[in-house]
Design a protein around this ligand. Structure first.
Ligand code: GLN
Length: 309
């Protein structure tokens, strides 16, 4: 295994992009809303951000895409920073082994979602962040703009409206948890916040930079501390065990990094103390993870030896 220097990230990324380009089979874009179904599955971008804010990329790394469930990491960080361990009375920290939008486990487990990265758990986190800030989606957008250094990041109102129009399952999750007393806000308010959160568009460059606080053990881009060392460790651990839903075991086996996927085809990953990555390709596997994205991260950790193991 080679010792990888910063200057070597670029050739590694170029090699991965070349390999991905020649690999057939990219999966299919999410089709539950038209705005995602229209994405070109051949799109591919990958970025690495270093702890000092240097960012490298290949392919479509500056192309904004729908961040979707990747945002669940940032709302978790923002809420945990505010409320601390009390959050864990309302959401668990175990892998679900079920699809991200599953309802079944909630009934057995009395309305307490397994973890913050399945939809039910993210709804609880957004609800709690909304109670604390009065505008969860706005707090999230501000944070992403500040950490990425890109003030142009924004909601995609068309995607948010489309999510709402096809949002029966998320509404069912929210109502079900409300029946157990695990939701504070009115359901329409919560769903609006959640759908706007999912709709934010950002590029691989933006998201790699915005994730840097997790590689910096909780320290933000402006050198202030968002999370304690323990909280940063906790979020990285939950990303490793739950960040890719019922494929988290396989992701840990192949990539060996804390990661979080979204059905827009993006995946963020963290090499604690070293760098962050974001990869995007809209074609998904049957569990909702980007096919080329997982393959690219697998190649990155294999070629560089940069994993947590
Ligand atoms: N907006 C999607 C949903 O709530 C997000 C899911 C995801 O990215 N896995 O169903």
């Amino acid at each position: 295994m080679m010792t990888i220097m910063s200057s070597q990230f670029r050739p590694v990324l170029e090699r991965i992009a070349d390999e991905i380009e020649r690999t057939p089979g990219r999966g299919a874009p999410a089709d539950y809303i038209p705005a995602l179904a229209a994405c070109d599955p051949r799109s591919f971008g990958m970025a690495v951000a270093e702890l000092d804010g240097t960012v490298y990329g290949v392919g479509d790394w500056r192309e904004p895409f729908s961040t979707q469930s990747i945002t669940k990491v940032f709302t978790l960080a923002l809420d945990l920073a505010r409320e601390g361990d009390e959050l864990w009375e309302h959401v668990g920290r175990e892998p679900s082994g079920n699809p991200f939008n599953s309802l079944v486990q909630l009934e057995y487990e009395n309305g307490i979602p397994r973890n913050p990265f399945i939809n039910a758990g993210a709804l609880v986190v957004t609800d709690r962040l909304h109670s604390r800030t009065g505008d969860a989606a706005g707090a999230l957008l501000t944070f992403l703009r500040e950490e990425s250094g890109n003030p142009a990041l924004d909601f995609d109102e068309e995607v948010a409206a489309s999510e709402a129009a096809h949002g029966d399952r998320n509404a069912a999750l929210a109502h079900f948890m409300a029946a157990y007393g695990n939701i504070d806000n009115d359901i329409p308010v919560l769903l609006d916040q959640y759908f706007r959160q999912c709709s934010i568009r950002a590029s691989c460059a933006d998201l790699a930079l915005a994730t840097t606080f997790l590689a910096r053990h909780g320290i933000r881009a402006d050198d202030t501390r968002l999370l304690t060392l323990s909280q940063a460790k906790q979020i990285n651990a939950i990303m490793l065990t739950c960040g890719t839903y019922d494929a988290a075991g396989d992701f840990a086996y192949r990539v060996g990094l804390p990661g979080k996927s979204g059905v827009g085809g993006g995946i963020i990953a963290v090499v604690p103390g070293r760098c962050t990555l974001c990869v995007w390709s809209p074609g998904l596997d049957e569990r909702g993870n980007s096919v080329a994205g997982v393959a690219a991260l697998d190649r990155f950790t294999t070629l560089t030896g940069l994993s947590v193991f």
